[in-house]
Design a protein around this ligand. Structure first.
Ligand code: DC
Length: 213
C-alpha cells in the first residue's frame, strides 16, 4: 500500500511550495495537478483557439502526455486563466482523472507514497487519502505572492490586476458545478496568511506524521 498526501486550496496559497517540500521530506513522488489543466489550456491556445472552446479542450485533454509538458509555457498568468476555464468542463476532468489516480496508487520510481496538489484531490481524485490538507490564505496575500513571482519573471502586470484575477479565479474554482474547490470533510485547514514557509511546513509535518501512526 502506498501513502497519499492530498493538498488542496485556492491559487497561490503556497500549496506547490509546501507539497514539494513534503515530497522531499517523506521521499514521495510529487504531482502538481494544476499543471495538467494548464497544459490543456495552453494546448488550446497555441491552436489560436479560445480556452472556452469545449471541443478543442476535450480533445487536448484526451491527447495530453503528462511527461511532455512545457514547464515554461504553462507558468504564465494567461495559462493559469486558461486552466481555470478548461477545468470547469467535466469531460476534461474525466480525461485526466485516471492519470492522477494511477500516479497516487503507483507513484513513479518505486516511491512509497505520493503528494498530489490541486483543487479536488481530497474530495474527488483521492477521497481515501489518509492525509488531507486544505491550504489557504487571504486573497490579498495570495495576490501579493503571485505578483512578486510574476514580477520576478519579468512581467509588468500590476498588483491590483493580479488581485482582480485572483478573486475571479477563486470565484470560478469554487462556484463551478464540477468538482468545485472545497475542503474535504476530513481535511486539516492550514491558513498560511501569517505563516512562513518553514512554519507552514512544520505544521503540515505534524499533521501528516499523526495520520501515519
Ligand atoms: O494550481 P494552479 O494555479 O496551477 O491551477 C490552475 C487551474 O487549474 C485552477 O484555477 C483550477 C484548475 N485545477 C483544477 O480544477 N483542479 C485541480 N486539481 C488543479 C487545478
Amino acid at each position: 500500500m502506498t501513502f497519499t498526501i492530498a493538498i488542496d486550496g485556492p491559487a497561490a496559497a503556497g500549496k506547490g511550495t509546501l507539497a514539494k517540500k513534503l515530497a522531499a521530506h517523506y521521499g514521495f513522488a510529487y504531482l502538481d495537478t494544476g499543471s495538467l489543466y494548464r497544459a490543456v489550456g495552453v494546448a488550446v491556445q497555441v491552436q489560436g483557439l479560445d480556452p472556452s472552446n469545449e471541443t478543442a479542450a476535450i480533445a487536448a485533454a484526451r491527447a495530453l502526455d503528462a511527461t511532455k509538458i512545457d514547464e515554461k509555457a504553462i507558468r504564465t498568468a494567461e495559462a493559469g486563466e486558461a486552466a481555470s476555464v478548461v477545468a470547469v468542463m467535466q469531460p476534461v476532468r474525466d480525461a485526466i482523472l485516471q492519470f492522477q489516480r494511477d500516479f497516487a496508487k503507483n507513484p513513479p520510481n518505486g516511491s512509497k507514497g505520493a503528494v498530489l496538489d490541486g483543487r479536488d484531490i481530497g474530495t474527488v481524485v483521492c477521497p481515501e487519502a489518509p492525509a488531507k490538507l486544505f491550504v489557504t490564505a487571504s486573497p490579498e496575500i495570495r495576490a501579493h505572492r503571485r505578483w512578486l513571482e510574476l514580477k520576478g519573471s519579468g512581467s509588468a502586470i500590476s498588483e491590483a490586476q493580479v488581485l482582480e484575477e485572483t478573486k475571479e479565479r477563486d470565484r470560478r474554482d469554487t462556484e463551478r458545478a464540477t468538482s468545485p474547490l472545497r475542503p474535504a470533510p476530513d481535511a486539516h485547514l492550514l491558513d498560511t496568511s501569517n505563516l512562513s514557509i518553514e512554519a507552514a511546513f512544520g505544521e503540515a509535518v505534524a499533521i501528516i506524521d499523526k495520520s501515519m501512526r
